[in-house]
Design a protein around this ligand. Structure first.
Ligand SMILES: Cc1cc2nc3c(=O)[nH]c(=O)nc-3n(C[C@H](O)[C@H](O)[C@H](O)COP(=O)(O)O)c2cc1C
Length: 358
């Protein structure tokens, strides 16, 4: 089952267990990543919503708790295309929701994160800090960025949701592909959110990429336990990347409302929605996903401009004691989530994997 690719990838990443804790902007924490790396897997930090200084602080925080490998994840989306008319219309569409919380929508929306493609400070910081790996979501970095990171000895990973994206990743000289199935929680890593989504599931996508691309494949989407990890390894994946499984760990930054929803019926109804951030993402069913099903994709501003409205609405909701407008991302395996420490979850996963492989 263990292929040359998988041996090489694990050795390059400095891990002994084929488990990558998914980077989760806003939910993963230095303590979570440290517990995973100390348990033999690869801990990750999603810094897509941070500037370089905050990301550096998070790396230093991790290093206080672990000398193990760390993956830093950045967002490589094309910078947002502003459209004031569309943004104002979207705020008007959300006005009743704001009013229900006794609030009013903001006057205007902004691009709340800088894409890595135009973030020179983030590149410099990564080259200096030299995390073991850097991973890219929503597309590819520029050639000079790839060269600078490789020159610093960093292993590079990128998300693909189909064969075309995987071939582009291979051609760019990236070291491994994260095959993200439609089951996956959080943002879909598709390079262009406006093309038709082929919605490949984790099983089919992993197998196609293993057969068609000469790079290690890391399977992601709906993998919640050792049996799931063993299943993707048997398809030829070199490792499993798991997000939702870590959302309810003690070290997660998920708030009480998010955790409560994860252990409710909503976990059986995860929904792909664009309404929260402007890009498709899989979320637990909540007030925002319900609103999302009644609007057309064209009416939603570009990512991450729409996320500015989403975050304001969530803040207004929380101030009024309503938690239904959060970015409560989760994959289709959500009913299998466990509330444990990240260390205890890693022990359980390792035991289950050993059992499944024996
Ligand atoms: C709460 C949450 C936040 C996420 N944030 C990121 C992120 O910042 N960067 C990224 O590359 N992937 C992100 N993802 C997607 C994961 O990398 C991965 O594809 C997904 O978690 C796999 O599916 P699963 O959640 O069913 O395990 C996120 C997923 C979740 C659940």
């Amino acid at each position: 089952m263990a292929t040359n690719h998988s041996h090489r990838l694990l050795a390059r990443l400095g891990i002994t267990v084929p488990i990558i804790q998914a980077p989760m902007a806003g939910t993963s924490s230095p303590a979570m990543a440290a517990a995973v790396s100390e348990s033999g897997g690869l801990g990750s930090l999603g810094v897509g919503a941070m500037n370089a200084a905050k990301a550096r602080e998070a790396i230093h925080q991790f290093r206080k708790e672990s000398t193990g490998p760390l993956n830093i994840n950045v967002f490589t989306h094309r910078p947002a295309r502003a459209n004031t008319q569309k943004e104002l219309a979207w705020l008007e569409r959300l006005r009743p929701q704001f009013e229900r919380m006794g609030a009013v929508p903001p006057d205007a929306l902004h691009e709340i994160y800088t894409a890595f493609l135009s973030d020179a400070d983030m590149l410099d910081m990564l080259v200096e800090e030299k995390p073991k790996a850097v991973s890219f979501h929503f597309g590819l970095p520029t050639r000079p960025q790839i060269e600078a990171l490789h020159h610093a000895g960093i292993v590079l990973l990128a998300t693909a949701t189909n064969l075309e994206e995987a071939k582009a990743i291979e051609a760019a000289g990236i070291d491994a592909i994260v095959a993200q199935g439609y089951e996956a929680g959080g943002h879909r890593g598709m390079f262009d959110p406006d093309v038709e989504d082929s919605r490949l599931g984790t099983l089919a996508l992993t197998r196609v990429l293993v057969q068609e691309v000469d790079l290690p494949v890391i399977a992601a989407g709906g993998i919640m336990d050792g049996a799931g990890i063993a299943a993707v390894l048997s398809l030829g994946a070199s490792a499993a990347q798991m997000g939702t499984a870590f959302v309810a760990t003690d070290e997660s930054l998920a708030d009480a409302g998010y955790r409560k929803l994860l252990f409710s019926d909503a976990a059986r109804h995860t929904i792909m929605t664009r309404a929260i951030s402007g890009r498709p993402a899989r979320s637990l069913a909540n007030d925002f996903t319900r609103l999302g099903s009644s609007v057309s994709d064209d009416s939603i501003p570009d990512y991450p401009i729409a996320y500015d409205a989403g975050k304001s609405l969530n803040a207004a909701g929380k101030a009024a004691g309503q938690t239904g407008y959060g970015a409560q991302w989760a994959g289709q395996g959500a009913p299998l989530a466990r509330a444990l420490s990240a260390h205890a979850l890693m022990q359980a996963l390792k035991n289950e994997l050993d059992q499944a492989l024996s």
